[in-house]
Design a protein around this ligand. Structure first.
Ligand code: NAD
Length: 335
């Protein structure tokens, strides 16, 4: 069994912890938190050992009636791999701690690419992370774009990719984020930083991205145009994408016309936390004009990177190849 520690138990960390617990070849050693809030209370209820991330504040857990198993250093020492799911920038600060205990670590997409030796997407470059010590799972948007571009590149070649990313203002629990009643070009400069992030997965890809932020919390939306290497029928591309286990091609008959309906669908399916781990791509939107391909896909920012973190654990420990890992992860989660 691979012993996994989770440092940072927020939106991503709690989902990764549950996904790791569901794997047949992994155990959760425990989770580290900075303070005893509702998420810490839930971590204990779910049976995870709690570790205090900040020594000076460790007493706050006891004051709140929450038992801890020690400090984050002990979690790192006992783990075969640590998944760092702390806020952007903290992961880079934590790297020294992981190095001190010689524990390989996985970072999230909010960190700069140079935090790790390699950026990871299971569908696109699993092999590059085999045996690496520091791996970064790319952001939710880059994960969604990489999953879409990988099969297009393999089947037809990609001359140029363009994507407009309509991004949610904040996650549902981020009550301090906006905009409340506005539409922001974000960043105003074009192209946005998302294209270069996709280049950490496909260095030779020609891609331009534009970003906006809107008053929504549920999901991101991508409007994508890719100039392929050859003329293709829309139905052929649609069939190709439907073969991908982490792209759900939405059938017209479902009548899903919004991210709100998608989230409702996820809850109706009994998905934990209403999570949608796959890209949600509208089948009707798949259009081709000569070599140009177009589509809309929605990305559940809180969860699409979760299966990727699980696969990155197998890559970093060299315990499965890409196909085996993805199949095991998908099976355990119900993808
Ligand atoms: P979050 O704020 O929901 O959770 C982070 C958790 O880490 C919080 O519980 C916080 O208290 C804790 N924390 C803060 N400092 C810490 C420290 N020093 N040690 C241990 N824990 C600490 O953040 P999140 O949304 O889960 O994001 C985590 C990472 O994942 C970021 O890099 C982010 O960019 C990336 N990411 C987020 C999303 C998303 O939409 N939420 C999607 C993909 C990737």
């Amino acid at each position: 069994m691979i012993r996994v520690g989770i440092n940072g138990y927020g939106t991503i960390g709690k989902r990764v912890a549950d996904a790791v617990r569901d794997q047949p070849d992994m155990d959760v050693v425990g989770v580290a938190k900075t303070r005893p809030n509702y998420e810490a209370e839930q971590a204990r209820r779910r049976g995870y050992d709690l570790y205090a991330a900040i020594e000076d504040r460790a007493h706050q857990f006891a004051d709140a009636g929450l038992e801890t198993a020690g400090l984050v250093d002990e979690l790192v020492a006992q783990s075969d791999v640590v998944v760092d799911a702390t806020p952007s920038g903290i992961g880079a600060q934590n790297r020294e701690l992981y190095e001190e205990y010689d524990t390989p670590a996985i970072y999230q997409g909010g960190e700069d690419a140079d935090v790790a030796d390699v950026s990871f997407n299971a569908r696109s470059n699993f092999e590059e992370s085999i045996g690496a010590d520091h791996v970064r799972v790319v952001s939710c948007n880059t994960t969604g774009l990489s999953r879409l571009l990988a099969p297009l590149r393999e089947a037809y070649g990609v001359e140029k990719a363009r994507a407009t990313l309509v991004r949610r203002g904040g996650d549902p629990s981020q009550s301090d984020r906006g905009p409340i009643n506005d539409i922001l070009p974000d960043p105003i400069s074009i192209p946005s930083h998302h294209g270069p992030d996709v280049n950490t997965i496909f260095p030779d890809l020609d891609i331009d991205t534009l970003g906006l932020k809107v008053p929504a919390t549920l999901m991101h939306m991508h409007a994508v145009n890719v100039t392929l290497g050859e003329d293709v029928d829309a139905s052929e591309v649609r069939d190709l994408l439907a073969e991908e286990s982490r792209i759900a091609v939405l059938d017209e008959d479902l009548g899903i016309e919004s991210t709100g309906e998608l989230k409702e669908y996820a809850m109706d399916m009994g998905r934990p936390r209403g999570d949608l781990w796959e890209n949600q791509l509208w089948g009707e939107s798949v259009t081709t004009e000569g070599r140009d391909f177009y589509c809309f896909q929605a990305i559940h920012q809180e969860s699409d990177v979760v299966p990727e973190n699980v696969d990155a654990i197998r890559a970093i420990t060299d315990s499965a190849d890409a196909a085996e890992s993805v199949a095991t992860t998908n099976d355990a989660l119900g993808i």
